[in-house]
Design a protein around this ligand. Structure first.
Ligand code: ADP
Length: 291
C-alpha cells in the first residue's frame, strides 16, 4: 500500500530524513509520532507527492507519487495549516475538494458536518482555528482516499468533539478499510484510534510496531534508593528523580505481573508509565536524565 525505501530528504544543507524505510501493506490506522521538528510533515509531503525524495524510492498503491496525477487520486493529504482560499465559503471548499477525490462519501461528509456544526456559508477567513481543523477533517475523511494522510489532525479540537470524531473515524474506517496515517507530537490524544505507531527520531524511523505492544512498555518505580538501585541494575533507566533517601525511576521494560510481584516483595511502588512520557524519554538524547 505504501512503501519508502532508503528515502532521504533535506532542506539546503539540513538533512531531515536519512535513508528512511517504512512500509504498511494492509489497510491500517498508523500514528506517526515525533517531537516538533522531527520530520513528520516532511515525510508526509513526500508520501503525498508534494516533494520529490533526494534519494530512495516511494511507492503509494504501486506508483511513485511525485508529479503523478494518477497516483495522487489515491491520496488525500491534509496539512496542519491547509492553504484553503480565504475567500471561499465552506460549502464551495468542500465542493472543490470533492472533485479531486473519486471515492468521496456523501454519508461521511454529512455525518461530520453535523458533528462539527460547520457554518456552510461562512468564508474560510472567518473561521476559528477549531472550525478550520474541522473542515480539514471533513475533507480528509469524506475523501475516502485509499491513502489518507492527516498532519496533526486534532489540533484545536476540544476533548468532547475529539471523542465523537474518533467514533466517526473508526466507523468509517471499519466500513471502508483504507490506510490512514496520522501525525502527532502528543500520542495520548490519538492513541485510542491507532493500530500501529512509527516513531521518527534523529532523521530515522526509530521503530515501527503495533501500538498494543508499545502500550505495555515503560515502568515507574518509587521506593528506597538502595533497593531501587539493586532492582534496576543493568536496566535501561530513562528518568531518575531522587527524593531524600527515596527515588523514582522510569525504566524501559515491559510492565508485567512478574515486575508487580517483585515490587511488592521489595516494598516498591510500581506504576505503568504514561505513553507520552515514555516516548519523550526514549527520544531524549541528553545525558542529564540519567544523572
Ligand atoms: P515536524 O512535522 O515533525 O514538526 P517538519 O517536517 O515540519 O517536522 O520539519 C523538520 C525539519 O525541517 C525542521 O527542522 C524544520 O525547521 C525544517 N523544515 C521544514 N520545512 C522547511 C522548509 N520549507 N525549509 C527549510 N527547512 C524546513
Amino acid at each position: 500500500m505504501i512503501e519508502l525505501r532508503d528515502v532521504s530528504y533535506g532542506y539546503k544543507s539540513d538533512l531531515v530524513l536519512d535513508k528512511i524505510n517504512f512500509e504498511e501493506e494492509d489497510p491500517i490506522i498508523t500514528c506517526l509520532w515525533g517531537r516538533n521538528g522531527a520530520g513528520k510533515t516532511t515525510l508526509m509531503k513526500l508520501l503525498a507527492g508534494l516533494n520529490q525524495p533526494q534519494s530512495g524510492d516511494i511507492s503509494v498503491m504501486g506508483m511513485a507519487p511525485y508529479n503523478n496525477q494518477e497516483a495522487r487520486r489515491n491520496i488525500c493529504f491534509i496539512q496542519e495549516n491547509q492553504p484553503f482560499n480565504p475567500d471561499w465559503k465552506v460549502r464551495d471548499t468542500i465542493e472543490i475538494a470533492k472533485g479531486f477525490h473519486p471515492n468521496w462519501r456523501k454519508e461521511t461528509e454529512e455525518q461530520l458536518l453535523k458533528l462539527f456544526k460547520l457554518p456552510l456559508n461562512k468564508k474560510i477567513k472567518a473561521l476559528s482555528k477549531g472550525m478550520k481543523t474541522s473542515l480539514q477533517l471533513v475533507i480528509g475523511l469524506a475523501s475516502h482516499a485509499q491513502v489518507t494522510i492527516l498532519d496533526e489532525p486534532t489540533n484545536g479540537l476540544d476533548a468532547v468533539v475529539r471523542k465523537q470524531l474518533f467514533k466517526v473515524m473508526l466507523e468509517s474506517y471499519e466500513n471502508h478499510p483504507r490506510h490512514i496515517l496520522l501525525s502527532t507530537h502528543h500520542i495520548n490524544e490519538i492513541q485510542p484510534l491507532c493500530e500501529s505507531i512509527a516513531v521518527i527520531h534523529n532523521h530515522k524511523i526509530l521503530f515501527h510496531q503495533s501500538i498494543d505492544d508499545l502500550r505495555s512498555r515503560g515502568i515507574l518505580l518509587t521506593g528506597d534508593q538502595k533497593v531501587i538501585n539493586e532492582l534496576t541494575e543493568n536496566m535501561n533507566i530513562l528518568e531518575k528523580e531522587n527524593l531524600g533517601h527515596m527515588c523514582r525511576v522510569m525504566i524501559d521494560d515491559l510492565y508485567t505481573e512478574e515486575w508487580k510481584r517483585t515490587s511488592n516483595k521489595y516494598n516498591v511502588t510500581i506504576e505503568k508509565a504514561d505513553l507520552q512520557d515514555y516516548l519523550i524519554n526514549i527520544t531524549n538524547d541528553t545525558e542529564e536524565v540519567l544523572a
